[in-house]
Design a binder for this molecule. Sequence first.
Ligand code: PG9
Length: 634
Amino acid sequence: PLPVMLQAAGAEPIVRPGGDIPGDYNPLPADADYERREMMIPMRDGVKLYTVILVPKGAKDAPIVLNRTPYNATARVLRTTSPVMVDAVPFEDREFAKAGYIRVWQDIRGKYKSEGDYVVTRPMVGPLNDTGVDNGTDAYDTIDWLVNKANLPESNGRVGIIGSSYEGTTVVQALIKPHPAVKVAAPESPLVDAWTGDDWFHNGAFRQVMADYIAQQTGDRSIAKAASRGGYDDYDNFRAAGSAGDWGKARGYDRLPFWRRLQEHPAYDAVWQGLALDKLLAANPSDVPTLWVQPLWDQDDIYGAIRSWEVLKAKGKMGNNHLLLGPWSHSQVNRNDVGRNLGPLQWSSNTITQYWRDMILPFFNEHLRDGPPANIPAVTAYNTGEDRWERLTNWPLACETGCSAPLTPIYLGANGGLGFQAGAAGGDAYVADPAKPVPHYPRPVNFDDGSWQSWLTGDQRSFDGRPDVMTYQTEVLTEAVRVSGTPIADIFARTTGTDGDFVVKVIDVYPATNSSEPKMGGYQLAIALEIFRGRYRESFEHPSAIPAGKVQQYKFRLPTVNHVFKPGHRIMVQVQSSLFPYYDRNPQTYVPNIFHAKSSDYRPATVTIERGGKTPSRVWLPVVPLDQSAAMAR
Ligand code: PG9
């Protein structure tokens, strides 16, 4: 036999347990201004969660900011390998790094380097979860460990929790029964109710593109590849596939439990209701000072933050709950500091710098290190018509009941008119054909080309004029109209089908000419846009077929606005029956479960939008006087 060892005595063996990948490699130069510690923190059930802690060198009595993520804690703290903490942390953490905070990132249970089983937006312990552990208990146990001086002697024992989207959801979950060391929170665009208005469904219409997300997120503990969608135009790809269920089946997604689960729960049943965090917040209203961050053009989660704030307001928790309505898309504030524009919209100042420097940091400083009062008002809302922040004492400024002003109906009229007076009875008919659905974005639609981020600000002229898009607009305004609150679509319609979707958009039509920016002349900017699946018009939980040919009412909430339609502009409302491929197609024939609709179920229907008389289709707008100085916080 050959000699066992060829190298000198005492040298490391070449082949040894663990091989050449030690698992604790830490590419940080000795002169770095911070330390990186990687820990496996034990939870109450023995599962250990991978946690990265960045501690500024020399830190003493430093506050902690925690983020719990399904998106790879290691990658989040390794933006660069810079020895300077401010340059190493993700963009969104720079203000914290500058201010000497201890920054902690943790992989949630079952993802990346954490142990345990991953469950998508794991239900809180209760009827849907009997394991005794959830994202609330995991946050609690983590915080308990972090504030123990034996583990992290540099901390002052106070913790702030922050994160956007899924990471925002983990913040909300940590607020249900918060650890006493949690002194401040900022859930940014959290998914709160995934059936009503965040992510998977909106009012029952399904976001088919989420199939890719589910494949990536649950195909592997780290990130898996989604199956090919086919050609470049996802409009063609999705349409050719048939139903959303057919789409997933053809890609092998039925092997993914969460994909199967979605298909088993198309309606707002006990599962979606049990997952809805606003209901749990209402039952356990938190006293933690919280800033709920809701981007106004959030293409993923446009409902959860504002809804949570409303629920806590109803529970009398105004004093410690603040709402921030920013002129952004989903997680725009977390990506980079390009805060002067969104799609074609341009703001006069960098709203993202202002967000981190003037709002979040002072708010966290106040509560985590006894900093000066941050003076964050109850509501900070960007006025998207007048291009400025407003500090308000309450929200909404107009609503159905209980506000200082009621909602004002604006009526769909004859010949495409729109006005504050109801007109004579009449109707406008169009053929909604599932074979030719209205695109949500001009074709080709490709979900990987980046257009996704700002599609909600797209020019609605691309669809105006289609025979299946009904457009109603006011005369050119001679006086400004201010809207501050949540508009409600209230459509009366008949259809020859037995199911159908309704999409309503409230649009600001810009003046026809714009000499400094010609392409914005006549621009149609949707300030609120939402879809509603007709089968849920009477109950979200118990769908029912639409009686063909009978007028039905479709009343649903649109996204919140704080906008001024200026003189020279017009107000426009568009109504249509699809928003594809963003949302799956409604077959327009009632079937028990649209995920499993057959190709023969997809049929054209003639939809008639009723106007005037006893069935006056309208949008209830939160119109308020232009001068809101009385509602302004100092
Ligand atoms: N909107 C994404 C998401 C959140 C929660 C569940 C699923 C998806 C996100 O951006 O994280």
